[in-house]
Design a protein around this ligand. Structure first.
Ligand code: ADP
Ligand code: MG
Length: 670
């Protein structure tokens, strides 16, 4: 049984001891965990089938405030952030006295009371590239969830402040790198608009469009027959940081003063701020959106103390909207998890009930699995630091935990894939399979996964350099052909393991995001014969673009500009045609995922799996004597491998550097 606030006060000493004991046993290793989380590695990897993470879950608790510590000394802590976890200490009573249940919740990030707003901005806005997603024509959304007083408004307003500072500069540098040939100067490629409205029960009112007495105009939220959502909130154009900041501040100020008690009012309404970003180079492209939502207090959901009927109805509506929101986010998360399992999922069609509340209807673009653009959502669950709020905190974290759908792959024990082997197991297999290769030379320390990730040529080269003593130079020596056959055997195993875990092979799993450069060329040549494919998708470039560059990384506007400017001589590619093709590719992407969701990896993707390797590891390997033989051919091959690695790294560094510069500029200005 959980304890009431008065019981907590009575049992204060005993509870404090229990929590102290926990803290002693669970020291804060925050900094170590943080650095691993901040390293921006995954998105830069070359892995063609690595899924994008579209829902990020962050957990945050605030510090105790001055007025909370003034009387009666330091209050008892009800939560602690540890690594990417948040632990809630829920007091309970047992026959023997008070006790504490320590419940652990995992997020992608967990921020303790000392976490600065800058760090949160870096982790939740810059790292997931929310600004760039919106600049590319996609939808980025931040949702602040939690009990009243837990810090939602604080987080949202500090993120707003920093976004406002960065967005115009980010737009300029995005335009510089993505539209270098634009006739507009980079600062004029985008136009911005702000809308800000509040959802109170079923009433939506505009915070930017007010009458003389200060009442906001009523906003309609409706879905047209094409499934597009129209929100009639006024969109005010903005062109620089200060203007945007002032506008937000004045609307927020209004929200404050019009309510008798600020928190009273804001705890009952959802506040939605949208920055609309239009690319002027392609006026017909859908604008990108950056949406920040300060949700109604979650404690309302359980509020039984509402006095009047109106309040009870209102509490019910808030309850419904928050529960629907949960189903929508969860639904989207499940869809993404299935996508990333490449069709292994058996969950079936996910119903996303966005029509069940005004809030989710307005936010439909965020959950839409049919969308033909990128969407990213960050959910920040806020919990109060107080022990007396622990059971609320427990509810809050329980609410968001289903958003993190862990991708459990269903491995079948009967056929184990070499990519799950340890170094010993891999060597074992080499020993049994080849009479010529010395297992210890071939895999001095690598796991099965690392070996499987080696590129074919590198692998073969390594085999040739790893022959048992005394073979090289004799007629028993391993030939390149033999090494290739050995490599194929390994891949045969990987493929067999894949097949055995997917008994129902029906659809071909082949969405555009996993297409190779050549598949893109084939497709586009057929669909848009007027396009000069050498211009649109050159295959001889240093880093030939692949499918995912066109659907995931390139916004609609950029796609259209590239297509229209890649016409064959004497022909034209119209904006409309380019737009249709872009939508078609995205539809194909969605259909592959959405159809029956029983798609399987084809042989082609399986080949792609082997195309990446961590470059540090590769460098280590290259220096290993077993890797390359001697002689000029081996040396040349090694040089070539190093060149490729370095080129990739330089590109990756440049990307990172751009990000860093943006951060530094920010810091300087503050
Ligand atoms: P909510 O919007 O969830 O009701 P608020 O954002 O209004 O909560 O926060 C409640 C109080 O705590 C405010 O006085 C706010 O300034 C303060 N606060 C919240 N988060 C922090 C933080 N991370 N650091 C310092 N003060 C905070
Ligand atoms: Mg608030």
């Amino acid at each position: 049984m959980s304890l009431s606030t008065t019981q907590i006060l009575k049992q204060r000493v005993a509870l404090a001891q229990l929590i102290d004991k926990w803290v002693q046993e669970n020291p804060d290793r925050l900094t170590a965990d943080l650095t691993t989380k901040i390293q921006p590695s995954a998105p830069e990897q070359e892995d063609a089938i690595e899924p994008k993470q579209v829902i990020i879950v962050a957990l945050r608790t605030r510090p105790f405030l001055e007025n909370e510590t003034a009387t009666g000394g330091q209050p008892l802590s009800g939560v602690h952030a540890r690594g990417t976890n948040m632990v809630v200490h829920v007091p309970a009573s047992k026959w023997s006295g008070a006790t504490v249940n320590h419940k652990t919740f995992e997020g992608d990030y967990s921020f303790g009371p000392e976490s600065s707003s800058e760090r949160i901005y870096r982790s939740l806005v810059l790292e997931p590239e929310l600004l760039n997603t919106a600049l590319g024509g996609g939808v980025s959304c931040i949702l602040a969830y939690g009990q009243t007083g837990s810090g939602k408004t604080y987080t949202i307003s500090s993120l707003e402040e920093m976004i406002v500072q960065d967005i115009f500069r980010a737009a300029k540098s995005y335009a510089e790198s993505h539209f270098p040939n634009a006739s507009n100067s980079p600062g004029d490629v985008y136009t911005f608009g702000l809308s800000l409205y509040e959802i109170l029960g079923n009433n939506v009112s505009d915070l930017l469009d007010r009458d003389e007495v200060g009442d906001g105009a009523t906003v309609d939220v409706a879905e047209d027959k094409f499934g597009n959502i129209r929100v009639s909130a006024k969109i005010t154009p903005v062109s620089e940081s200060k203007e945007l900041a002032d506008m937000i501040a004045s609307a927020a100020g209004h929200r404050r003063t019009s309510a008798t008690l600020r928190n009273e009012m804001s705890s009952r309404s959802h506040c939605v701020l949208t920055i609309t970003i239009k690319n002027t180079l392609v006026p017909s492209a859908e604008p990108g959106r950056l949406v920040l939502v300060d949700l109604a207090g979650s404690e309302r959901a359980a509020d039984r103390s509402a006095h009047t009927k109106d309040r009870m109805d209102e509490a019910r509506l808030i309850n419904t909207s928050l529960m629907t929101l949960k189903d929508c986010v969860r639904g989207r998360a499940l869809v993404e998890a299935e996508r990333s399992k490449k069709g292994e999922g058996k969950t079936g069609f996910q119903h996303i009930p966005y029509r069940s509340s005004k809030l989710t209807l307005a936010l439909k673009p965020v959950f839409d699995v049919e969308a033909t653009r990128n969407c990213k959502t960050v959910v920040i669950a806020h919990v109060s630091p107080h022990l007396a709020d622990a059971s609320h905190s427990n509810n809050t974290l329980t609410y968001v935990s289903p958003f993190r759908v862990t991708m459990t792959s269903q491995t079948n024990d009967s056929v184990q894939s070499p990519s799950h082997w340890t170094n010993d197991e891999f060597r074992d297999w080499v020993g049994k399979t080849s009479t010529k290769i010395d297992p210890a030379k071939l895999a001095p320390f690598e796991s099965g996964k690392q070996m499987c990730e080696l590129e074919e040529t590198v692998f073969i080269q390594r085999c040739l350099g790893s022959q048992k003593d005394g073979l090289v130079g004799t007629d028993k020596a391993l030939t390149a052909k033999g090494a290739k056959a050995f490599y194929d055997k390994l891949w045969g195993l990987i493929f067999a393991a894949k097949q055995s875990t997917r008994p129902e092979i029906k659809l071909e799993y082949n969405p555009p995001s996993v297409w190779s450069n050549f598949q893109v060329r084939d497709y586009v040549e057929k669909e848009l014969p007027a396009v000069d494919i050498e211009k649109f998708c050159p295959s001889m470039a240093a880093n030939p673009r692949r499918g995912r560059d066109f659907v995931w990384d390139m916004g609609e506007a950029e796609f259209i500009i590239l297509a229209t400017s890649s016409a064959k001589e004497g022909e034209t590619v119209s904006v409309e045609d380019a737009k249709v093709l872009h939508t078609k590719m995205w539809k194909l992407e969605n259909d592959t995922w959405n159809a029956e969701r029983k798609a399987v990896l084809t042989q082609r993707q399986d080949e792609n799996v082997g195309m990446t390797i961590d470059d540090e590891l590769l460098e280590k390997l290259l220096d290993h004597p077993a890797v390359y033989g001697t002689g000029s051919e081996a040396a040349a091959q090694k040089d070539e491998a190093i060149r490729v690695i370095q080129a990739t790294r330089i590109e990756r560094e440049a990307k990172l550097q751009r990000k860093r510069e943006m951060l530094e500029q920010r810091t300087e200005e503050n």
